[in-house]
Design a protein around this ligand. Structure first.
Ligand SMILES: *[C@@H]1O[C@H](CO)[C@@H](O)[C@H](O)[C@H]1NC(C)=O
Ligand SMILES: *[C@@H]1O[C@H](CO)[C@@H](O)[C@H](O)[C@H]1NC(C)=O
Length: 260
């Protein structure tokens, strides 16, 4: 019995510690009933993003997003133009702070979001380890690598479910799909053939000259990695900032299921 009370108490404290109870200054509420709702929510998402870059005060468990550091990104794909078993470790991604939010639509029916953004420039670097083939080229090696896509147009499809907690309506971000295009890609993989320099240079040249089919081939892998990273970040944010801070005419907590 004591144990259970202690447990409830601990959970209660935790909720109280990590939810934002007051609306931050930068956060402007929108209303579905406003005819300019989409415009308002687009500005709202840009503000959220800009403040995420600075570091959201009072939100726990978030790391810097520019530079963003990831221990390891795994890549395993058996079929199609890319057949690789690879990983990139000690990943550092820079440039994300330059994201421009073009449009954010929120459905008043299922509370899903469609977010369109532009990312002018970003760079991913790390240590890769790779066995496989891209297009017709066999690639086996390990070493340093970097990738620089330019002018990315990215469209996020986010699924959410509303729930009630502490007299507020929260989003449970349950899924995220990403579609993107880019206008260019530069890349470099060092030590591609375990040190056969001539092959390494000519292969890097070939991959850069054929960046379009290379990026097309890598798309499913890149999308999946972005989706996982983004889902982690968004669920952390929206379990801590009430959804009704963003949209004040979301269904009221008493109309929703309670978080358990
Ligand atoms: C991929 O590579 C890792 C590390 O070399 C290895 O452990 C794993 O079995 C490989 N997976 C496949 C499906 O080849
Ligand atoms: C959020 O959704 C997930 C997956 O559907 C579920 O397991 C989890 O319990 C939900 N969390 C809350 C707080 O509703």
């Amino acid at each position: 019995m004591m144990k259970r009370i202690a447990l409830c108490f601990a959970v209660f404290i935790k909720l109280c510690n990590c939810d934002l109870t007051e609306k931050p200054e930068w956060l402007k509420s929108c209303q579905f009933k406003d005819p300019d709702f989409t415009k308002c929510s687009t500005i709202g998402v840009q503000a959220l993003f800009d403040n995420l870059v600075k570091g959201l005060e009072g939100i726990e468990g978030l790391q810097s997003i520019d530079p963003m550091r990831i221990d390891r990104v795994g890549i395993l794909q058996g079929e199609g133009p890319v057949s690789v078993n690879a990983s990139i470790s000690k990943v550092k991604i820079t440039g994300i702070s330059k994201v421009k939010v073009i449009e954010n639509q929120v459905s008043s029916k299922d509370y899903s979001w469609i977010t369109i953004v532009k990312l002018p420039k970003m760079r991913l670097e790390g240590n890769y380890h790779m066995m496989g083939r891209i297009l017709v080229i066999p690639l086996n090696g390990r070493g340093k690598c970097w990738f620089e896509p330019s002018n990315m147009d990215i469209k996020f499809y986010t699924k959410t479910r509303l729930y009630a907690k502490n007299d507020h309506t929260f989003y449970n971000v349950t899924g995220c799909r990403v579609h993107f295009n880019m206008e260019g890609l530069k890349l470099r993989m060092d030590n591609l053939f375990e040190g056969v320099k001539v092959l390494e240079d000519s292969t890097n040249l070939y991959l850069n000259e054929n960046w379009r089919p290379v990026s097309e081939a890598l798309k499913p892998i890149i999308s999946k990695n972005i989706e996982e990273i983004l889902l982690g970040i968004m669920s952390k944010i929206f379990h801590q900032i009430p959804g009704d801070f963003f949209i004040s005419d979301l269904p009221k907590p008493n109309e929703l299921k309670q978080a358990n």
